[in-house]
Ligand binder design. Structure first.
Ligand SMILES: C[S@@+](CC[C@H](N)C(=O)[O-])C[C@H]1O[C@@H](n2cnc3c(N)ncnc32)[C@H](O)[C@@H]1O
Length: 283
C-alpha cells in the first residue's frame, strides 16, 4: 500500500533542507516595513467587508489565507497593521519545523499545515490569499489553480517579494551566481523573464490583469558578515550541497573584495526592493 505523503514531503527538496532550521531563518531575515505592508493589504480590499452585515447584524470578517507563512515574519507585521480591523487570518505552512516555530512565535494565530498545491480549505472560502516571499516555491499551475479555487469571486491573490535591489552594482554581480542556483532549482522571481512567461501562461487565464508596484526600496543595515549570513540563508544556498555553500562563500568574498574591500569603501547595508502584485478573480 502506498504511504500518504506528508505536506513536508510535497515541497521541493531544497526547501525541505533549507527550512528545516527555522531558528536560523527567523534570526537573519529582515522584517517587512509596516508602511509597505499597509499598502499591500489595502490593495487586497481589507476593510471593505466591515460595512456588510450578516443576518444577525454582525459584520463578517474579511478572511485572509497566507500560504507559505514560514515563521510568521510577514504574518506578525500583517496582524499589527490589521489590529483594529475585522479580519480572520489563516496561516499555512507545509514544512514541519517552520510550522512548529510559527505556533511558538505567533501563538494566537490560526495555522494549518498544507502546501499551496493542496490547500485544506473549501472552495470560495477566503477573501484574499497572500504569498509573502514564498511564491517562487510554488510558481506552478497546480498552486495557482488551488489558490483560485479557495478564493471567493472577486477575491484577490496578493504576492509580495523582498528582493535584493539589482540596480545596485554589487548585488547585480552577486546575482550572476544566485541566478544559476535559482535556475537549477526551477525558482521564479519577479525580475526574471520566466515570471513574465508564467503570468501569460497561467495567471492571465485565471485572473484579471494585475495591479503592481515595485517602487518601494528598503535598506537592511548590515556589516559584510551580516550580509553574508543573510544572503547565505537564501534557501538555494542553505538548502544546497556543501559544494554550493563553499562556492557561494568564495563568490561572495570576491564581490565584497571588488566593490568594497579593495578600495576601502565602507559597507552599510543590503539594498532591497519590494515587488507587489494583486491578481483578482472574476466576480
Ligand atoms: C522564504 S520563506 C517565507 C516565509 C514567510 N512568508 C516570510 O515572509 O518570512 C518561504 C516559505 O514557503 C514555504 N514553502 C515551500 N514550498 C511550499 C509549497 N509548495 N507550498 C507552500 N509553502 C511552501 C517554505 O517552507 C517557507 O516557509
Amino acid at each position: 500500500m502506498s504511504k500518504i505523503r506528508q505536506p513536508d514531503e510535497e515541497v521541493k527538496e531544497v526547501a525541505q533542507e533549507a527550512f528545516s532550521t527555522a531558528s536560523n531563518y527567523e534570526n537573519v531575515r529582515p522584517g517587512y516595513p509596516a508602511e509597505a505592508v499597509e499598502l499591500f493589504l489595502n490593495n487586497l480590499g481589507v476593510g471593505v467587508m466591515e460595512k456588510e452585515d450578516d443576518n444577525d447584524n454582525k459584520p463578517r470578517p474579511f478572511t485572509i489565507l497566507e500560504v507559505g507563512c514560514g515563521t510568521g515574519k510577514f504574518t506578525r507585521v500583517m496582524l499589527q497593521v490589521l489590529e483594529d480591523k475585522n479580519v480572520h487570518v489563516i496561516a499555512s505552512e507545509p514544512v514541519q519545523s517552520m510550522y512548529e516555530q510559527f505556533k511558538v512565535v505567533v501563538p494566537d494565530a490560526e495555522i494549518i499545515q498544507c502546501t499551496a498545491e493542496n490547500i485544506s480549505l473549501p472552495d470560495s472560502s477566503v477573501d484574499a490569499v497572500i504569498a509573502a516571499q514564498a511564491f517562487h516555491w510554488f510558481a506552478n499551475r497546480a498552486a495557482c489553480e488551488e489558490i483560485h479555487r479557495v478564493l471567493k469571486p472577486s477575491g484577490t491573490f496578493g504576492i509580495i517579494w523582498s528582493q535584493e535591489d539589482l540596480s545596485v552594482p554589487w548585488t547585480k554581480d552577486l546575482y550572476v551566481f544566485m541566478d544559476t542556483l535559482h535556475e537549477q532549482n526551477g525558482l521564479v522571481f519577479p525580475y526574471q523573464e520566466n515570471w513574465k512567461i508564467l503570468r501569460s501562461r497561467i495567471f492571465d487565464k485565471l485572473f484579471h490583469p494585475p495591479k503592481e508596484d515595485s517602487s518601494y526600496k528598503q535598506f537592511f543595515p548590515s556589516s559584510i558578515e551580516g550580509a553574508y549570513n543573510y544572503l547565505s540563508s537564501h534557501s538555494v544556498v542553505s538548502g544546497g550541497t556543501e559544494r554550493n555553500k563553499k562556492d557561494f562563500k568564495e563568490y561572495f568574498d570576491s564581490v565584497m573584495e571588488k566593490h568594497f574591500k579593495a578600495d576601502g569603501i565602507p559597507f552599510h547595508h543590503v539594498p532591497l526592493q519590494l515587488y507587489m502584485y494583486w491578481f483578482t478573480k472574476e466576480a
